[in-house]
Design a protein around this ligand. Structure first.
Ligand code: F6R
Ligand code: MG
Ligand code: MG
Length: 371
């Protein structure tokens, strides 16, 4: 029997402004998933938040894109959004773009990453969830983890990884995808993924046996709604160890900060800050963009649990080893904020989610003259 790991997330309302999901909504999510577990739809779950996003991690045996699982997530978000509206929380229901459930939450607002696997003898995973950024935030670390021998020693010294990895790259502008092999096509891969605002890594397999080892969410809310409706704060599932990058290799790119698009009004470059769950909340300039990492193992169709059947989830960035990245992120944040609305602090015109530029140009229309 195969096991499926699904993470489905949405911003259904937050407190204060776009800061954090209030505890009441997390509890509501837990209640909804507990009931689904009692009914046997899912085998285990963990509800958490990445800043203002409510994250539903579910392990089950229903496969990817399962209607029942997606309906469960959709109904859970609906209930949380109703509570958020009642409390007049900020942006209540903001990511629920459609009214009627159509069988799959993809295309309806929430972000989704799902991975169906044949369980190995022991199967460790990390789920990443980021706030105030977009799917392109995973391009850089995934290249580092699965293609850079200076990050992942296993690429050089573990015979199982010598054949490298295959990356599925999505062109979000034309809604096309292409698979590139690494190391053979590394320069082409970096050529595409370097354009983080357009190309996103969506899946990664080990080349020698097509073992699926990474899935990310790659939704573009603005393409669904036809207008700005918030950034697509992304999630990713990464499989580790025994012929795949080790947990410790997967965490190496987060020793330092790096720049991602998002932050205030989805229109600025900002340093990504790896944080523990207790600091999974955005503050200065609605950020800096943050990422959490939850480690767990799957065991017979469930998240491996303790004696009280509580899933054992480890907060991987809750460690002084990431203090340097956090310190760098604060320094870079303050440097960029000194620049205000001057590039490169602000993203290019085409990637801005809020803009008054058309209005400015309209106002000055008659005053431009040949130079
Ligand atoms: C970014 C984000 C926030 C808001 C900002 C303005 O993804 O959600 O930075 O864009 O707080 O929000 P409004 O326009 O609702 O006041
Ligand atoms: Mg929000
Ligand atoms: Mg968010």
């Amino acid at each position: 029997m195969k096991t499926t790991i699904s993470i489905i997330k949405a911003d259904v309302g937050s407190l204060v402004g776009h800061h954090v999901v209030p505890e009441q909504l997390v509890e509501l999510g837990e209640k909804s998933l507990r009931e689904a577990q009692d009914k046997g739809l899912i085998n285990s779950y963990h509800v958490f938040n990445a800043g203002d996003d409510l994250e539903l991690l579910m392990v089950h045996q229903k496969g990817e894109k399962n209607k029942g699982i997606h309906r469960l997530a959709w109904n859970t978000f609906q209930k949380a959004a109703a509570k958020a509206k009642q409390l007049k929380l900020y942006g209540a229901g903001q990511d629920l773009l459609k009214t009627a459930f159509s069988g799959n939450v993809r295309g309806m607002g929430p972000g989704v990453a799902e991975m169906e696997i044949e369980e190995r003898g022991s199967d460790p995973f990390i789920v990443f969830a980021a706030d105030k950024t977009a799917a392109g935030a995973f391009n850089y670390p995934m290249v580092r983890i699965f293609a850079d021998p200076f990050t992942t020693a296993g690429l050089v010294i573990d015979p199982s990884m010598l054949g490298g990895f295959k990356f599925e790259v999505l062109d979000t502008k034309n809604n096309m995808k292409v698979v590139l092999r690494c190391p053979e096509e590394m320069y082409e891969l970096i050529g595409l993924l370097g354009t983080t605002t357009r190309y996103n890594v969506s899946r990664i397999w080990r080349s020698k046996d097509n073992l699926l080892c990474t899935v990310t969410s790659t939704t573009k809310l603005s393409l669904i709604a036809g207008k700005y409706v918030g950034k697509d704060d992304p999630v990713a599932i990464v499989r580790a160890q025994h012929g795949l990058p080790a947990i410790g290799e997967i965490l190496v790119p987060f020793l330092h900060t790096y720049f991602v698009e998002g932050w205030m009004r989805g229109s600025h470059w900002g340093p990504l800050m790896p944080v523990s769950l207790k600091n999974s909340k955005c503050t200065v300039f609605d950020g800096p963009p943050r990422i959490v990492a939850l480690g767990f193992q799957v065991c017979n169709g469930k998240i491996a649990a303790d004696e009280s059947a509580i899933p054992m989830i480890k907060d991987m960035f809750d460690d002084p080893a990431f203090d340097l990245a956090r310190q760098e992120a604060v320094e870079m944040a303050s440097m960029f904020r000194r620049m205000g609305e001057f590039q490169p602090a602000r993203v290019g015109e085409e990637a801005m989610e809020y803009t008054t530029l058309p209005r400015i140009l309209e106002k000055l229309k008659g005053r431009f003259e040949p130079a």
